[in-house]
Design a binder for this molecule. Structure first.
Ligand SMILES: CSCC[C@H](NC=O)C(=O)O
Ligand SMILES: [Zn+2]
Ligand SMILES: [Zn+2]
Length: 373
C-alpha cells in the first residue's frame, strides 16, 4: 500500500508537483537558493539551571502536562521550547517545499547558563563558525505576561566583582584600628548606595526598562574564623549588570575609587567582565530588523524592544559582528525562567511554531545585502 498525503494524493506526486512549480527557466533559472548570501543562525542552548525539587508541583524532568495544557519542566521557557520550535518551523517549511535564498543554520550549544566559556564564546572563534557565514542570528528572549512579545536588541554586561579587604587582626574584645571589616563595610555602603540610585532612576522614569539601568547585588560575604578573632581579610562579591550605554572605563575607575576611599589594602578582582556590549539596530536601517518587525506586524504581533537584563550567548554573536535578536515567542506567560514550577502552555508553544515559520520565511528571504559576497 502507498501512503496518501493530506488531500489523498500520493506524496511522490505531491513532491513532483512542488518541483514543477520552481521556475528553473533558462536563461534566468530560479534554483531557489543562493549559497553566496550570508545565512540565518538559529541558536539555542541545551543546558538548564538546577532545580529545588521540593518546591515544584511536578517532577521538573517529567514534563508533566496538566488538564489545562500547562507543561511543567525545567527548560520549558529557558529554552528547550525555542529549540523545538525552531526544528518544527524548519520541518514545516521543508515539508511545504519552500526554498529560500538564504541558508538557515541551527546551533544547539552547551554551557550558556555558566557563561558560555566552553560553548558559544569558544565556538565563535572556530573556523566551523566562520564557515556558517551567519549574517543574522536569533537567540533566546523572555516571556511577556501581557499580550505583547518582548524582543531584545542588546544586553547588559555582567561584571562579577570580588572586593577583598585586608586589615589589622587581633582579639575580638578590643577596639582595633583599621580592620578589614570596617573598610569592607565602606565599600559595601558605596556600592549599595549606587544600587539605590539606579533603582530610583528606574522607578521614577516609566520610559526606562530594567535593562536600561545598571543593577548590582551583593551576593556573597566571606571571611572570619571565630567570634573572638578579628580577621585580617574579608571579602564581598557583587553581581553587576552594566547597561550598554555606560562608559566602561569610567565605571571601572568608579569601582577603583570606592575601594581606594575605603582605605589601604582594599582591592578588587573580576570573576566575569564583559567589555564588548553591542546594540543591534531596531530601525529600518537594519534590513534584518525590517524583515523581523514586518513579519511580526503582518501577524498582528505587538513587539516591545528591550535590553536583556541578564546575559545570553547573543553577546558573543554580536561581538563578532553578527546582529542578533533575543526572542522567545511567549506572550500571556509569566516570566518563570530559573524559577520553581517553570512552565509553558502548549497553545503558546504551538503558536510559537507558527510565528517562527513566518519569521524564518521572511528572514531567509532578505534580499542581497552590501555585506553579502
Ligand atoms: C556571566 S555569565 C552568566 C550567564 C547567565 N545567563 C543566564 O542566566 C546570567 O547570569 O546572566
Ligand atoms: Zn537561557
Ligand atoms: Zn537561563
Amino acid at each position: 500500500m502507498t501512503s496518501k498525503g493530506p488531500e489523498g494524493e500520493h506524496p511522490s506526486v505531491t513532491l513532483f508537483r512542488k518541483y514543477l512549480r520552481i521556475r528553473t527557466v533558462q536563461p534566468k533559472p530560479d534554483y531557489g537558493s543562493n549559497p553566496t548570501l550570508s545565512s540565518i543562525l538559529l541558536n539555542s542552548h541545551m543546558d538548564v539551571v538546577p532545580v529545588f525539587k521540593e518546591h515544584w508541583s511536578h517532577d521538573p524532568f517529567e514534563a508533566f502536562k496538566d488538564s489545562e495544557g500547562y507543561i511543567y519542566a525545567r527548560g520549558a521557557q529557558d529554552m528547550k521550547c525555542v529549540s523545538i520550535q525552531y526544528l518544527e518551523a524548519v520541518r514545516r517549511l521543508k515539508g511545504e517545499g519552500h526554498h529560500f535564498p538564504r541558508t538557515i543554520h541551527m546551533t544547539f550549544v552547551p554551557d550558556e547558563e555558566v557563561g558560555g566559556h566552553q560553548g558559544m564564546e569558544l565556538f565563535v572563534q572556530q573556523p566551523e563558525f566562520q564557515a556558517l557565514r551567519a549574517g543574522f542570528a536569533l537567540d533566546e528572549g523572555l516571556a511577556n505576561p501581557t499580550d505583547a512579545f518582548t524582543v531584545f536588541y542588546s544586553e547588559r554586561s555582567p561584571w562579577w566583582v570580588r572586593v577583598t579587604s585586608t586589615g589589622r587582626p587581633g582579639h575580638g574584645s578590643r577596639f582595633i584600628e583599621d580592620t578589614a571589616a570596617e573598610k569592607l563595610h565602606k565599600v559595601v555602603t558605596s556600592i549599595l548606595t549606587f544600587r539605590e540610585k539606579e533603582r530610583q532612576r528606574l522607578q521614577s522614569n516609566p520610559h526606562l526598562k530594567e535593562g536600561a539601568v545598571t543593577s548590582v547585588n551583593l551576593t556573597k560575604l566571606e571571611g572570619g574564623v571565630a567570634y573572638n578573632v578579628v580577621p585580617a581579610t574579608m571579602s564581598a562579591s557583587f553581581d553587576f549588570r552594566v547597561a550598554p550605554d555606560v562608559d566602561l572605563k569610567a565605571f571601572e575607575e568608579q569601582l577603583q575609587g570606592w575601594c581606594q576611599a575605603a582605605g589601604e589594602g582594599v582591592t578588587f578582582e573580576f570573576a566575569q567582565k564583559w567589555t564588548k556590549p553591542r546594540v543591534t539596530p531596531t530601525d529600518d536601517s537594519n534590513p534584518w530588523w525590517k524583515a523581523f518587525s514586518r513579519a511580526c506586524k503582518d501577524m498582528n504581533l505587538t513587539l516591545e524592544p528591550e535590553i536583556f537584563p541578564a546575559a545570553t550567548d547573543s553577546r558573543y554573536l554580536r561581538a563578532v559582528g553578527v546582529p542578533a535578536l533575543g526572542f522567545s515567542p511567549m506572550n500571556r506567560t509569566p516570566v518563570l525562567l530559573h524559577d520553581h514550577d517553570e512552565r509553558l502552555h502548549e497553545a503558546v508553544f504551538l503558536r510559537g511554531v507558527d510565528i517562527y515559520t513566518r519569521l524564518l520565511s521572511a528572514l531567509a528571504s532578505v534580499p542581497t545585502l552590501p555585506g553579502d559576497s
